[in-house]
Ligand binder design. Structure first.
Ligand SMILES: Nc1ncnc2c1ncn2[C@@H]1O[C@H](COP(=O)(O)OP(=O)(O)OP(=O)(O)O)[C@@H](O)[C@H]1O
Length: 311
């Protein structure tokens, strides 16, 4: 069976929809014939990937940004819940988004020929996957980073839209709005490592649970995270004032925040977060691989080496 490309035409600010036809020839020369499914709405990538894996496609390629990759990875994980055969389906990516955080975590160069070369080479990497349950919703998976706090608020405002400019302007506007409305979370964190659970109170505007290293369009929040070490890195930014938070956020680009004495850094394979200050609930939100996903409480479990990537 041919590889299946799941293409999000809206990714990269709509550029993928405009350029995909011109990419077809190059892709076919590198990979041979392939099938294409276009996403038509948010969440559609999950359905398409799940159906693709259940139909027996050996390789499903996400063509889009981090959100598309997140959906395709979820579809493959859901397919396995009902089918042993779906375990054989490999995941790959041709990144087209604006942020590219997961490809940075993978260390992939952002060039079509490099993505295709990696896929065609047959080189495989198994990566860990996070499974989480929270916000009263059914379980879900993530491959890169799940954070709680201000990032989720930014995602919510970006999704609400309203910017006539789109893209970076929309993100900037949403970030400014989130900074005004953000609340400090007082989080009870239970981090389990090698069967031992440590309970910590963390007061922060943002706590990240990291499988990969980058989020928010190139911020290196967990410089030492490895995609296949069976552990999450929990990184919470210090600062209890908004100004301090903004200054610390700028340090994330270089990884300098890890040298700050008020940064919390833990490792574990199971993480539970509960919010002690319930009045912050509506403003202290989940950001999962760059997508808005509800509120605390949340339980996150590590699935070591659960997905195989061609990358
Ligand atoms: N046809 C569609 N119409 C509207 N939204 C869509 C459609 N298909 C997918 N989506 C949604 O578009 C959102 C953005 O996708 P994605 O993250 O891949 O692109 P991006 O934002 O350009 O990239 P990045 O997150 O890497 O910056 C996702 O939430 C996805 O569910």
């Amino acid at each position: 069976m041919k590889p299946l490309l799941i293409v999000n035409p809206r990714s990269g600010g709509g550029s993928t929809g405009r350029v995909f036809d011109s990419m077809r020839g190059t892709i076919e020369r590198a990979l041979g014939p392939f099938d294409v499914a276009m996403t038509e709405r948010q969440g559609h990538g999950i359905e398409l990937a799940r159906e693709g894996a259940l139909a027996g496609h050996p390789l499903v390629i996400a063509v889009g940004g981090d959100g598309t990759l997140h959906e395709v990875a979820n579809g493959l994980m859901f397919a396995r819940e009902t089918s042993e055969m779906a375990r054989d389906t490999r995941l790959a990516m041709i990144a087209q988004g604006t942020g590219g955080d997961f490809r940075k975590s993978l260390g992939l160069e952002h060039r079509l020929d490099k993505y295709l070369e990696a896929i065609a080479s047959g080189r495989e990497r198994t990566i860990d996957v996070g499974r989480f349950q929270g916000g009263g919703k059914a379980h879900h998976y993530f491959v890169n980073i799940l954070s709680v706090g201000m990032g989720g608020l930014v995602d919510r405002y970006v999704a609400q839209g309203g910017s006539a400019f789109g893209g970076k302007a929309a993100y900037f506007g949403a970030s400014a709005r989130a900074l005004i409305n953000a609340r400090l979370g007082n989080v009870v964190a239970k981090v389990t490592r090698d069967g031992k659970t440590e309970e910590r109170r963390i007061r922060s505007f943002m706590i990240a649970v990291c499988n990969g290293r980058y989020f928010g369009g190139g911020m290196q929040v967990a410089p030492t995270a490895e995609l296949d070490d069976g552990l999450f890195e929990v990184v919470a930014l210090g600062a209890t004032s908004k100004l301090g938070f903004v200054l610390n956020t700028n340090r994330i680009y270089s990884g300098a925040h890890m040298r700050q004495s008020d940064t919390v850094h833990l490792r574990g394979e199971k993480i539970v977060f509960e919010l002690a200050n319930q009045d912050a609930r509506e403003m202290f939100l989940l950001d999962v691989d760059g997508e808005a996903m509800g509120q605390l409480p949340i339980t996150i479990e590590m699935l070591p080496k659960a997905l195989t990537l061609r990358a």
